[in-house]
Every structure is written in C-alpha cells, then in structure tokens.
Design a protein around this ligand. Structure first.
Ligand code: HEC
Ligand code: HEC
Length: 293
C-alpha cells in the first residue's frame, strides 16, 4: 500500500512538472512569435506611377504572391489544423490588415519578414524576397497599393499549444527574419534586364525557386512541395534551352510529363524571353549536383 502511495505521488509530481514546463515553453514560444527582434528597415522610394503597375503585377506573379494570398489578394487560411492552429496568408487589399501599411511597413513584411504589428512572419518566404532590388520592390509595393478591395474576413493568426512550441521554439530559427542578414538589405537595384547568370540568380531568388527545389537547387528534402533537382546533375543535364522554356512556360517536359501545378509554371508562363534565358544561364553556371538526400 505504502509503495503504491509513493508511486501515485511521484506520478502526480511528474504530471505537474510536465504541465509547468509545457506552459513555460508555450508562453516563451508565443512571445517569440509575437515580438520580432528589432530590425532596421531600409527605406524604399515608392513613386505612385501608373506606368509601372504592369511591371509590379508581373513581379507579384512570378514571386507567387497570389499562390498563398489568393488570386485577388483576398487572402486565405494557409494553415488551419491541429496541432498548429490557424495561420492565414492575410488579405493584402485595403480590406485586410495592410490597410494602414506605410511603404516602410510593406518593405518590412516583404524583405525582412516582420509584420507591422511586430509579429514574426512564418511561412512567408521573405528570405528569398530579401534579394529584391530597391527599384523592383518599390514597383511591387506601388502595384500592391493599387489592387482593388476584395472582401474576405480572416481571423488573425492564432498559433495554439503545442504549435507555439513547434513554431515558436523548435522551428523558430528557420523563419525568414532569423535567416536574413538585415544589414545587407537595401541600397541596390535589380541587375540590368539582360541575359546574364547574375540576372538569372536574382530571378531565382525573387521567384523563390529554392523554397521548393532546395537552396542549392538540387532538390528539396524538407516539408512543403518537393521540387526535384534542377541543377545539371538532375534531369536537366540532357535538356536544351527550348525544352527548359517549354517546362517553365507550359509545364511540359521533354520526356512528355505534364508538371503539376505545385510547380508554379502557370505563373511563369508570363516570363519574358530574357527572364527564361537568364534563369537558364544561371542554372548552367552553378555546380551540377547529385540529388539532395
Ligand atoms: C508560401 C506562401 C506565401 C507566399 C508565396 C507569400 N506570402 Fe505573404 N504571407 C504568407 C503567410 C502565411 C503570412 C502570414 C504569416 C504570419 O502571420 O505569421 C504572410 C504575410 C504577409 C504580409 C503581412 C501582412 C500582415 O498581416 O501584416 C504581407 C505584407 C505579405 N505577406 C506580402 C506578400 C507578398 C507581397 C508576396 C509576394 C512577393 C507574398 N506575401 C508571398 C504566405 C506567403
Ligand atoms: C512552390 C514550389 C515550387 C517553386 C516555387 C518552383 N518549383 Fe519547380 N517544381 C516544383 C515541383 C513540385 C516540381 C515537380 C512537379 C511534378 O513532377 O509534377 C517542379 C518541377 C520543376 C522542373 C522540372 C524538373 C524535372 O526534372 O522534370 C523544373 C525545370 C522546375 N521545376 C524549375 C523551376 C524554376 C526555375 C523555378 C523558379 C523560377 C521553380 N521551379 C520554382 C515546385 C516548385
């Protein structure tokens, strides 16, 4: 009897300990997600220029903003499941939280991964958008501010236990704001729109190819859409430029596969000749790698 009593007491103690530790981690995670580290947001000169709206829309399209924020930027529930909680990709029209965004707030969210209300943006691929040149970023922001209102009420982000621990502690360092070198942002424009590997590298960044194909383009092995190896160490080693263009613009591969739309080829179908050429030049310039394991 005595022994059983002690077992009971120690099990009770263990349960209390687990609850206390769990609660502390939960609060710590919540805090880290809601209070981003202070980052200096580089200024951008956004001119309200009608003539660049088309270019802004082009940039938004190849950067796949609509993939997550909806066709009309009305926003959508991006994550809505246990054990994480609810994470909307917010409505980016004046009907959403960006209604009172200044140009600097836009720049903070897009290039630094921090929302106006100070929360760390999760999932949003600012790590890649950090490479946006000042001129292109200004053009993109100008366009976003011109998008017509689209009513779509979305609740604010609500990351619950144990999502607070998963996103706020375990995965915390992988969010863009913690990956970006904020001192390097701003002060330079996009490379000239010419067929160079440098311009291709820039496009690969702002189109965030690496978020699905791996940062070294040799295939993504983590969560999310698994893009295959697109260095010349993979299938592309036998492709011609024409075949690459076809894959990017219509999702057709030389071996007659139709790529699914996890690969955003419908968005890339608007890419100009120079854009596709530059990306091809860049792919040819990087190491041909074995598939990432
Ligand atoms: C892979 C999906 C994804 C893509 C692509 C994406 N976003 Fe996001 N974005 C999100 C999610 C999810 C959030 C909300 C994250 C959070 O609340 O932690 C977000 C948040 C934002 C916010 C902050 C809004 C607020 O609540 O204050 C802005 C601004 C934004 N995105 C703009 C853009 C723009 C512009 C692009 C394209 C250049 C883009 N996003 C591409 C998923 C994405
Ligand atoms: C949101 C995720 C995502 C992004 C961003 C993305 N891809 Fe893909 N890509 C995929 C997936 C998934 C596949 C495989 C689709 C299938 O097999 O149906 C793919 C397939 C491809 C293929 C065919 C490879 C083969 O072996 O058949 C090429 C080429 C390609 N992507 C190039 C690119 C380039 C270049 C970019 C950036 C401009 C890019 N992708 C951006 C997800 C993505």
């Amino acid at each position: 009897m005595k022994n059983l009593k002690w077992v009971g007491i120690s099990l009770g103690g263990l349960t209390v300990l687990i609850i206390v530790v769990g609660s502390i981690l939960h609060l710590m995670g919540q805090n880290k997600l809601n209070f981003a580290p202070t980052v200096t947001i580089a200024n951008v000169n956004v001119a309200s220029d009608q003539s660049t709206l088309e270019r802004g829309q082009h940039l938004a399209t190849i950067s796949s903003c609509n993939e997550c924020h909806g066709n009309n930027f009305e926003g959508k529930a991006f994550v809505n499941e246990a054990p994480i909680g609810y994470i909307p990709a917010p409505n980016l029209t004046v009907s959403g939280p960006t209604v009172d965004y200044t140009d600097e707030d836009w720049a903070g969210a897009i290039r630094h991964g921090v929302a106006k209300n100070g929360r760390v943006l999760v999932i949003m691929p600012s790590f890649h958008y950090a490479e946006y040149g000042d001129d292109d970023l200004a053009t993109l922001i100008n366009y976003l501010k011109s998008v017509p209102p689209a009513e779509n009420e979305l609740e604010p982000r609500k990351i619950q236990f144990p999502g607070t621990i998963i996103f706020g502690i375990l995965a915390f360092d992988s969010w863009s704001v913690n990956q970006i070198d904020h001192t390097k942002i701003g002060g330079s424009n996009a490379p000239l729109m010419e067929n160079t590997a440098g311009y291709g590298k820039y496009l690969v960044n702002i189109a965030a190819c690496g978020s699905c194909h791996g940062e070294n383009l040799a295939g993504n092995t983590s969560n999310g859409p698994q893009g295959p190896n697109i260095t010349l160490g993979g299938n592309l080693r036998n492709w011609t430029f024409e075949e690459f263009t076809m894959a990017l613009r219509s999702g057709q591969t030389p071996d007659k596969r139709q790529l699914n739309i996890k690969m955003p080829w419908p968005q890339y179908s608007i890419m100009s000749e120079v854009e596709v050429q530059s990306i091809w030049s860049y792919i040819k310039s990087v190491d041909a790698l074995e598939d990432n394991q």
